[in-house]
Structure formats: C-alpha cells, structure tokens
Design a protein around this ligand. Structure first.
Ligand SMILES: [Zn+2]
Length: 298
C-alpha cells in the first residue's frame, strides 16, 4: 500500500471491550481499507499538515468515518506560522499573523465541533521523521500560552509535541502553570521523557496528561527503541507503576505507520504488551475512557 501520508499524530480510541487505537492520516483509499481493521464505533483523532490535498483529504476522511471522526484544529495554522513568519511570531501573540491563526482555530472549535487543538509542535527537533516539523521553539512562548488559553475556553485539550530536552521540559511546566483550567496533552508522552520525569510533571501539574502514541515497539524499533514505554512482552522500566499511580493521565495511540503489517503488530503490542499488563480498571481507562473524557465524547 501507499505510505501513510506523512503527518503527525493520530489518536484513535476503541469504544467497547477492544483496546484503543491510534492511526495516522492516510489517503482516503487507504482509510477505507483501514476501516475494516477496527470496530465501527471507533472514534479517531488525527492531525494533518496543510498542503494542497488537505481539505480534500479531510473531507474524504469525514465521509468515510462519519461521526467516528474526532475533528482536530490547529496543526496547519501552527506550522504555517512558523514557516512563514518564524519563531518571532511565537513571541508576539498580538501580531496580525498570530491573530489570524487564532481566529481560524477558534472558528474550528466554535463552528465546526473541533474537539482537540493539535498536534502542535514546539520541539520535534530530532523526534519526528517529518522534516516540516523538525524545529524547536519555546514551549512557554506567549503565543503558545494564548493557544492554551483558547483550548481552555472551549474545554478542549492542547496536544503538544515537546521532546524532553531539559529546557523544553521546564517550559512545558510553565505553560501548564499559565492556565490550570486548560489541559496539556503531551503527544508521545514527551517523546524522550522517562517515567521519573513524567511522574514529577504529573505530581506538580494536575492539568497535564499523556498520549502513548509512538512510545511502543513497534513502531519505535530501530528509531529510538530505548524510548519505548512498552513492547509486545510487557511494560518497561517504571512506566507500569506510573500508569497505575496515575490511571487518569494516559491514553493509547499509534502515530505514523508505514504498512498494514506494522499496524497489526503495533496494535498487538498495545493489546498484549501494554493493556494486558495493567489492572483491568486502569486498562479500561487507558484504552478509551480517558480519551472519551478528554475529548468530551458521549
Ligand atoms: Zn508528534
């Protein structure tokens, strides 16, 4: 099959007894095939880059998925801000360029039912295969704080890709502290963060949660395997205890996959390596209940 459209994160959840999934934005034809892989009730969250095919692709996805599609907002406007204006835009939320993007994102939240802002890239310097997002800006910039305020006003999470460089880690906490009424969802749980670091963040910040997309083997095999939270055999390091201690702070996810074979082994690792090694109550939350709550799903 075609390579999945190179994008950012896609988080999907399974409703019911089957564990949650995460998928990546795929061409419509692939998406139709993908639909055969999970139950008809599975909602999906995915964020797409802006390119010529964006609107067409999004409309196609919605047609295929119907009410299962969890509409995101903001990835394209955020990337276009960086690539057209540069990092300076992140320091000046009152600028016309930023105001135009914030208004566009707010319209998605207000008028089109978007349930999440993101994926928003603050630091994907070395933790994304996609060149478009391989940059680093402050995670506590005034513009990002304004975006978090917008998320808080509409009670939607802000999904943030922030790889765990020491300065980025501190900035993420300052961002979370800037609005305790808004939720920061760490994409890939900080990508390179270890369990001890996330434990500290959770203890200090009740409004920070994690998605576990791209934190398993596969798909990390061969590209950051050491940052895996789980593999098909079980949960690594201190992560199992952390998830049990904070059962309301994690949700499963997939991220970008290269083939249906990789999709199947990835979902298998989520089911047998991650969820099967958690207590039943925690597994249910991590598989789908937490995501239901974060996205405000019925
Ligand atoms: Zn990401």
């Amino acid at each position: 099959m075609k390579r999945f459209m190179a994008v950012v994160l896609v988080l999907a959840l399974l409703v019911g007894l089957v564990p949650t999934l995460t998928v990546t934005a795929a061409p419509v034809a692939d998406l139709t095939a993908l639909a055969a892989y999970y139950p008809a009730t599975t909602p999906i969250f995915m964020s797409l880059r802006t390119d010529d095919g964006y609107i067409e692709t999004l409309d196609g996805l919605v047609n295929v998925l119907g009410s299962r599609f969890i509409r995101p907002a903001g990835t394209g406007p955020w990337l276009s801000l960086y690539h057209s204006v540069g990092a300076a835009a992140h320091e000046d939320p009152a600028s016309p360029e930023v105001q135009q993007r914030l208004a566009a994102i707010e319209a998605e939240l207000r008028d089109r039912g978007a349930r999440v802002i993101g994926e928003i890239h603050a630091n994907a310097r070395t933790t994304s295969p996609e060149p478009m997002v391989q940059f680093k800006v402050r995670a506590d910039s005034p513009t990002l704080k304004a975006l978090l305020d917008l998320a808080g006003r509409y009670k939607r999470p802000l999904n943030l890709h922030a790889q765990w460089d020491p300065d980025t880690a501190q900035e993420v906490e300052r961002l979370a502290a800037s609005n305790r009424g808004a939720q920061v969802m760490l994409a890939h749980c900080g990508s390179t963060a270890d369990a001890a670091a996330i434990r500290g963040v959770f203890a200090r910040n009740a409004n920070v949660v994690c998605d576990l997309s791209a934190r398993g083997v596969p798909p990390l095999q061969g590209r950051g395997d050491s940052f895996a939270v789980y593999d098909e055999r079980g949960i690594r390091g201190g992560w199992k205890q952390l998830i049990e201690d904070y059962p309301d702070r994690f949700a499963v996810g997939l991220d970008i996959l290269q083939s249906w074979e990789e999709y199947e082994v990835t979902v298998r690792a989520i089911r047998l390596g991650l969820l099967a090694n958690l207590s039943p109550a925690t597994a249910e939350k991590v598989a789908y209940r937490n995501a239901q709550a974060w996205f405000g799903l019925p």
